[in-house]
Design a protein around this ligand. Sequence first.
Ligand code: PBG
Length: 325
Amino acid sequence: MSFPLVRMRRLRKTEALRRLVAETVLTPDDLIYPMFVCPGDDVCQGIGSMPGVNRYSIDALVEECRKVADLGVPGVILFGIPEKKDALGTEGYSPKGIIPRAVRAVKKALPNLIVMCDVCLCEYTSHGHCGILEKGHVHNDATLELLARASVVYAQAGADVVAPSDMMDGRVLAIREGLEEAGLDDVILLSYAAKYASAFYGPFREAADSTPQEGDRRGYQMDPPNFREAMREVAMDVEEGADMLMVKPALPYLDVLSAVRQEFDLPLSAYQVSGEFAMIKAAGQQGWIDEQRVMMESLISIKRAGADFIFTYFAKEAAALVGGR
Ligand code: PBG
């Protein structure tokens, strides 16, 4: 035999052929845009470590959401920056807090845009931890009640999805119970099921001003070396009534994402977090990588690994690119 029996390169010859045999396709429908809401009027304030991402006051947020929807992106997830923080994270579950007000405004202007709310206390607590502190320790069970309260308040404001990201044990059940008791039985619960204690959250913490004053989040978020533990976390949330799942961060945990995809049938998402975004932006700005291609390659790899949809700060740019709008 003097020639290769199989010539794989035949199917790679032209752009059209490559499109024809592409096994994974990214569309705007796969994307959720994370957004930061802050107090004030007409505010659009940049975030140093996240070029192109801003904090918006509610009026400006609505206008930005309109652009997101026009690009064909089906939904956003909102993070709140409160007027003031306190030890109990009160503004996180106050019906007059920044998030319920933002949800009402966005849903009124854009009823078809999916509005998700991150449920966690770290943006609202003065100490920056994701729950109530007792003797320097995050108290699991005391935090559950507040997470449930926040979820009910966001759902009553019109949120389609509540997404707990705190990693307390039992939060999915506590939130589900809270929603049912409030008669909110059709609100979707998306659990940040396998969320790692990651250094990739750095830029987010600048954006939300939520770096813990003391200590870190390793007592509740998962330890990066662990895989089987992620499967237990996910199984627990499924049992407690989660409707959708998330693995976070995305790129460093594609093995976990892929395994969760194989083991569980719930809709599955991945969060391409702030540090993943910042690295691509920074290297792109230096001219060290082709930013647009690396953006697409990373998003496609997350989808190929098993994500049905992706939380990404690139949502607008990627949607504009693949959606042709
Ligand atoms: C709240 C929360 C965080 C992120 C999403 N929800 C921060 C954290 O856990 O420290 C990070 C998102 C990102 O980095 O883009 N707990």
